[in-house]
Design a protein. Structure first.
Length: 733
């Protein structure tokens, strides 16, 4: 019988590429999952170690039946791996997010030395190489040794189940495929029915009809069946594998959005990266379960697993919870002409390994791939990916997440079946209202296209609070304001087939240095360590989680308040909220999701919100001057940067548009150097975007003053703005 042996313990690790015959003294003992970037991949500076390292493990020869085989299964080696057994190279794999096998059998000794060489070093052919997240290196998922008899199932997972549900007739036609070595027949079991199926050229397939089928119905009833495949020899089972599956129908409508099992089912949810503070990407089941619990708490019914194949354990959790998944490969930010084969191999592995999960409803071809520009090779790469995805799976559509600067009439959009946009108006540039205008214009011009909202967000450091929040101030208060606007956008546009907030969790992006934290993208609604739910988390919980009554008072971290009258904001999924100040009822409101009160403050006050049986309280106090710890930067006020400067209208100034400034060689040199420095603070992706023609066109009509205000004084300090304006004022128009 098949035997799966956990191989996570007793490894020795060293940053070397030389495969030893005997492991030298001094190597570091480690257990898997393991990454060598758990600390330096999160501390900022974009200087985390990217190179080649070695994992070695000694083990005794396993017992094998006559003709049996021994396979090593590695579920995640970032990003290139070579497997050696007793000095003999047995396997090579390119791609850090999928599982792969190496056949150990013919190289086994009585005592064995297994070495796995892993590299996350820079190259130009394995994705990802440029993106706004850390590319951790290591053996960061489980490793197992699998022993099988001569007659056995092959591949990962070795079994594919394709259910086609007939909702009206309460039936499902279930096709089961298996791949086999040695055997002439297999037994397929589903729901008490057994089918003996002949094997031809290592392949066996059969169809089973399920009557009175129970549907996999999202979060309401995520019911799972199990298909089991068995190989018999002399009347006994010698190998067995199984797969869980769900019977459901999906449909994407350009006017009404997503349909599950024939009913409208608006997909409203979040995105997730697979890392954690102090752990990196070396997650265990505990971390996966904690993340899934937070997704369920906020009330999301969909998750975009960005920007790569996640652990099978997490897809399993989504299956069990009814969370619908957008799955994708890390073809991201910048097209590499030498990377086409790698995009195809990563797509093939993603689909083959995630095929059975009913939670997965689409395959993502790429993310913001046009940031570095368009090319014929990029277009052809996407056509091949799209064709491959349909060849491997005819039941799910393909999609792409487009950067906000991609033109709406780009031919790239037509390649995938459905599309989605990443928009950050109101954070990186522009105004919040531009998000609404973008989608309304798009939907009016292309009413037959399915369009979604794949990314949106605003960074927030919970330390930063404000009575007058502004775009770019990194305050928790502005993040709330931003998401209140976006939530209204979403709720009034049901034709958006899915919306995925970026991001539920803060995550590592070692190239970043902003918002008071180095190496972290702080757009999460939950902090990197999962210990703090930011106030905006509860806004979405109020809108999406209708099952668990709650009330949340915002501003618990905004205790010191300099204003004489302050705003008290409450989020709740209840229809009525009462406000109590120092034990006295002061106001009551009926509403939906957001309840806003204004109260005078004179000293220290206890503020309590009551909604039904739910209560929440915070303490606030009146202070003589604003607490400087609540503000990021010098505290001089973004809106006041430009008010004191005089302007000679015959000369250039920061009030001129970017288009006008970039047309003049003298001013273009000054402004170009400034913009390059500003982009550098946001990592490699922002630097790549600097050459994007569509982005330049978009910014050409904006004044430099407005761009600097949105960037914030942490990027360009007030004194630097004054010096910049003084230099421009010396150049005649």
């Amino acid at each position: 019988m098949r035997n799966v042996i956990n191989f996570n313990s007793d490894w020795l690790f060293c940053k070397t590429s030389e495969v030893p015959s005997v492991v030298p003294a001094g190597w570091e003992p480690v257990s898997l999952p393991h990454t060598w970037n758990a600390m330096d991949g999160q501390d900022g500076g974009n200087d985390y170690w990217r190179g080649t390292a070695m994992y070695c493990k000694s083990f005794a020869r396993p017992e094998l039946e006559k003709g049996g085989r021994a396979y090593l299964q590695i579920n995640g080696a970032a990003n290139i791996a070579d497997v050696y057994l007793n000095g003999r190279k047995l396997g090579h794999h390119e791609g850090g997010y999928s599982s792969f096998l190496a056949d150990l059998t013919d190289a086994l000794f009585d005592e064995n030395l297994l070495c796995v060489v892993v590299s996350n070093a820079e190259n130009d052919y394995v994705y990802p190489q440029k993106a706004d997240f850390t590319f951790y290196g290591g053996l960061y998922r489980d490793v197992t040794m699998i022993t099988v008899p001569a007659f056995h199932f092959v591949g990962i997972p070795g079994i594919h189940v394709t259910p086609v549900a007939d909702v009206a007739n309460h039936t499902a036609r279930v096709t089961v495929e298996t791949w086999v070595a040695g055997a002439d027949s297999v037994c397929i079991r589903i729901s008490g029915e057994c089918r003996n199926v002949a094997v031809a050229d290592g392949y066996a397939s059969t169809c089973v009809i399920l009557d009175h089928v129970r549907l996999w119905n999202g979060t309401e009833d995520p019911y799972l069946y199990t298909a089991t495949a068995q190989i018999y020899c002399d009347g006994e089972i010698v190998d067995e594998i199984s797969a869980r599956f769900g019977c459901r129908t999906i449909r994407f409508d350009p006017q009404k959005g997503f349909f599950l099992n024939g009913s409208e089912y608006p997909l409203r949810g979040v995105s997730r990266h697979q890392d954690r503070e102090g752990i990196g990407n070396a997650l265990t089941m505990k971390e996966h379960q904690e993340d899934l619990a937070l997704i369920r708490e906020i009330g999301a019914n969909t998750v975009r697993l960005a920007h790569y194949q996640h652990a099978q354990e997490f897809y399993d959790l989504c299956d069990e919870s009814g969370i619908i998944v957008w799955a994708e490969i890390p073809y991201i930010t910048e097209h590499m002409p030498g990377g086409r084969a790698n995009t195809l191999s990563q797509m093939r592995e993603l689909i083959q390994q995630c095929y059975n999960h009913p939670s997965v409803v689409c395959w993502g071809l790429s993310n913001e791939i046009t940031v570095g520009g368009m090319s014929d090779d990029l277009m052809e790469n996407h056509r091949e990916l799209n064709d491959l995805a349909h060849a491997l799976d005819h039941t799910r559509p393909t999609t792409m997440a487009h950067a906000f600067m991609l033109e709406k009439d780009s031919p790239l959009i037509d390649i995938a079946d459905i599309g989605s946009y990443n928009l950050y108006f109101g954070w990186y540039l522009g105004t919040l209202e531009q998000n609404d205008a973008f989608f309304d214009e798009y939907h009016a011009k292309y009413p037959r296209r399915c369009i979604g909202f794949s990314e949106y967000g605003a960074d927030a450091n919970p330390r930063f609070q404000s009575a007058s929040p502004e775009q770019g101030d990194y305050s928790e208060t502005y993040q709330c304001m931003y998401h209140e606007h976006i939530l209204n956008l979403i709720e009034t546009r049901p034709w958006l087939w899915a919306t995925h907030l970026w991001n539920l969790f803060d995550f590592a992006a070692d190239g970043r240095d902003e918002g008071g934290k180095k190496g972290i993208n702080q757009k999460g609604l939950v902090t990197f360590d999962r210990k703090i739910r930011k106030d905006a988390f509860y806004l979405y919980k109020a809108a999406w989680n209708r099952k668990d009554p709650f009330v949340h008072l915002c501003g618990s971290r905004y205790a010191d308040r300099a204003e004489s009258e302050t705003e008290i904001k409450v989020y709740s999924n209840q229809e009525q909220v009462s406000l109590i100040v120092d034990g006295k009822a002061v106001a009551q409101q009926h509403g939906k999701n957001v309840f806003t009160f204004r109260i005078p403050i004179t000293g220290e006050h206890k503020v309590t919100a009551i909604a039904g049986d739910c209560t929440d309280s915070i303490m606030i106090r009146r202070v003589g001057q604003a607490n400087s710890a609540y503000r990021f930067g010098s505290g001089s006020g973004v809106s006041n940067w430009f008010d004191e400067e005089g302007f000679d209208s015959s000369c250039f100034s920061i009030r001129d548009t970017m288009g006008a400034l970039m047309q003049n060689p003298k001013t273009a040199g000054i402004v170009g150097a400034l913009m390059e420095k500003a982009r550098a603070s946001r990592g490699d992706v922002a630097k790549s975007a600097g050459s994007n023609a569509s982005l330049q066109k978009m910014m050409a009509g904006m004044s430099l003053q407005s761009i600097l205000r949105q960037a914030g004084e942490h990027v360009v300090p007030p004194e630097a703005v004054k010096q910049l304006n003084a230099a421009l004022q010396k150049i005649k128009k």
